[in-house]
Write a protein that binds this ligand. Structure first.
Ligand SMILES: *Cc1c(COP(=O)(O)O)cnc(C)c1O
Length: 376
C-alpha cells in the first residue's frame, strides 16, 4: 500500500499537482454505485466525480488551476470551437498495480505531443508541468475510481478548445484545458479478437501540410464517414492511404499500423507529417528492437501488403494505440480485394509484444526503459 512517506517522496520530486485548488463535489457517486460501475466498465461511458481544469487568456496566460465537480460546461454559442473546430486532445491511462500504487505510462510523451498539437492548431501551449500536474491532481482526487484487476485502467482524456466568443476567423484569445477520466476495461471487449480492416480508397484523413500529425478532433470528424463505410462493408475499422498518391498505407482512424514479415522483420509507416506519432507505436518499436527484430519505419505500399499477405511473406499485421493497446488485424479488404492475414488469428509476435507492453504497464515486468510515472 502507498504510505504517506511515499507520497511525500512523490511530492518532493517537484509535484505540480499542488498548484490545483480542490473544489470537491457535493454529490459524489455513492460508493456502491461507483464500485458497480468500475467492476465492468465499458469504454468511455462512465466518468469520475471530478475534472481538472485550467483557463487561458492571451492577457493573463494560464490561470485558475482547479479540480472541480465533473459536469456540463458553460459554452457561449459563439465560442470559436463550435464554428471552426479549434480543439486538440490526448489519451493516456492510469494503471493500478498489484500493490495498490497507481502509475501512468510515458505521460511526458503525451505532454510533448499535446504542446505540438497546440502549435499546429494555433492554440496556446500548455507546459509539461501543468499537463502532468492536472493529471496527477485529478487521479489523486478520484483515486477510488481507478479499477483493479484484468486489463482495466482509468482512461485520462486531456483536451483543449478555443472558448472565445468571436465569429471572426483568427486564432483565439481564450482557451480552456480540461482533463476528464473514465474507468475502462478492454477497448474492443473481453478477448483480444482480431479486427477486420476496410482500406478506404476514396476518402483520406489528411493531406500533406495538413493536421495529420496533430491529435485534433477535426481529424476524427473527417474519419467518421469512411469508418461508417467500413462498417457497411462488413469491416470493423478503416485504414487510410496517403492523399497524394492513394497507394501508401498511413494508419487507422485512431491507431497506427505495424506489419510483421515472415522472416521476423517489422515495418511501420514512417512519420511523414500526416501520421500521428503514437506513444504505443514508439514503445513497440523499442520493445521489438530489444527483442532482436529489425524495425523499419518506411513507406508501405498497399500493393506490398496485398502481395505479402497473399504469398505469406507477411505473417502478421496489427494496429496499436493507448485505448486498445495492440489489436491483431485478421482481414484486410477494399474495393477489389478481401484478404485473410495468415490464418486470421492473432500472430505470435503480436501476442508476445502485447503481453510485454501490458506487463510493463501493470507492473508485472521490469520497467527497463523507465516509462512509468507514479501518481499514487
Ligand atoms: C491517438 C492516436 C493514435 C495512437 O497514439 P497512442 O499515443 O499510441 O495512443 C494513432 N493514430 C491516431 C490518429 C491517433 O489519434
Amino acid at each position: 500500500m502507498t504510505t504517506t512517506s511515499d507520497l511525500d517522496a512523490l511530492g518532493a520530486r517537484g509535484d505540480s499537482s499542488t498548484a490545483f485548488e480542490l473544489r470537491l463535489s457535493d454529490t459524489p457517486v455513492p460508493t456502491a454505485e461507483r464500485e458497480a460501475e468500475i467492476a465492468a466498465p465499458k469504454f468511455g461511458t462512465v466518468f469520475t466525480d471530478h475534472m481538472a481544469r485550467i483557463s487561458w487568456s492571451a492577457s493573463t496566460g494560464w490561470h485558475d488551476r482547479r479540480v472541480v465537480k465533473y459536469g456540463p460546461l458553460l459554452l457561449d454559442p459563439a465560442s470559436a470551437v463550435l464554428h471552426y473546430g479549434q480543439e486538440i486532445f490526448e489519451g493516456l491511462k492510469a494503471y493500478r498495480h498489484a500493490d495498490g500504487s497507481i502509475w501512468t505510462f510515458r505521460p511526458q510523451a503525451n505532454a510533448a505531443r499535446f504542446a505540438a498539437s497546440a502549435r499546429r492548431l494555433a492554440l496556446p501551449e500548455l507546459s509539461e508541468e501543468d499537463f502532468l500536474g492536472a493529471i496527477t491532481a485529478l487521479v489523486r482526487t478520484d483515486v477510488a475510481w481507478v479499477p483493479s484487476g484484468g486489463e482495466t485502467s482509468l482512461y485520462l482524456r486531456p483536451f483543449m478548445y478555443a472558448s472565445e466568443k468571436y465569429l471572426g476567423v483568427r486564432t483565439t484569445l481564450e482557451a480552456e484545458f480540461l482533463v476528464i477520466a473514465s474507468p475502462v476495461g478492454s477497448y474492443f471487449g473481453a478477448v483480444v479478437a482480431p479486427v477486420s480492416i476496410w482500406v478506404s480508397q476514396h476518402y483520406h484523413r489528411v493531406g500533406a501540410g495538413g493536421t495529420g500529425a496533430a491529435k485534433c478532433g477535426g481529424n476524427y470528424a473527417a474519419s467518421l464517414l469512411p469508418q461508417q463505410e467500413a462498417h457497411e462493408r462488413g469491416c470493423e475499422q478503416v485504414c487510410f492511404l496517403d492523399a497524394a498518391t492513394n497507394t501508401q498505407i498511413e494508419e487507422l482512424g485512431g491507431m497506427n499500423v505495424v506489419v510483421v514479415h515472415a522472416d521476423g522483420r517489422v515495418s511501420t509507416p514512417a512519420l511523414t507529417g500526416s501520421i500521428l506519432e503514437g506513444v504505443t507505436r514508439s514503445s513497440i518499436i523499442a520493445l521489438l528492437t530489444d527483442a532482436g527484430h529489425e524495425v523499419d519505419e518506411r513507406t508501405i505500399l498497399l500493393t506490398e501488403l496485398q502481395d505479402g499477405i497473399a504469398d505469406g511473406s507477411i505473417a502478421e499485421v496489427f494496429a496499436c494505440g493507448t485505448a486498445a493497446v495492440i489489436t491483431p488485424i485478421g482481414r484486410l479488404a477494399g474495393e477489389d480485394f478481401n484478404l485473410t492475414v495468415a490464418d486470421g488469428a492473432a500472430g505470435a509476435v503480436t501476442t508476445r509484444i502485447r503481453g510485454e507492453l501490458t506487463d510493463i504497464q501493470y507492473g508485472r515486468a521490469t520497467d527497463r526503459h523507465a516509462w512509468l510515472r507514479r501518481l499514487v
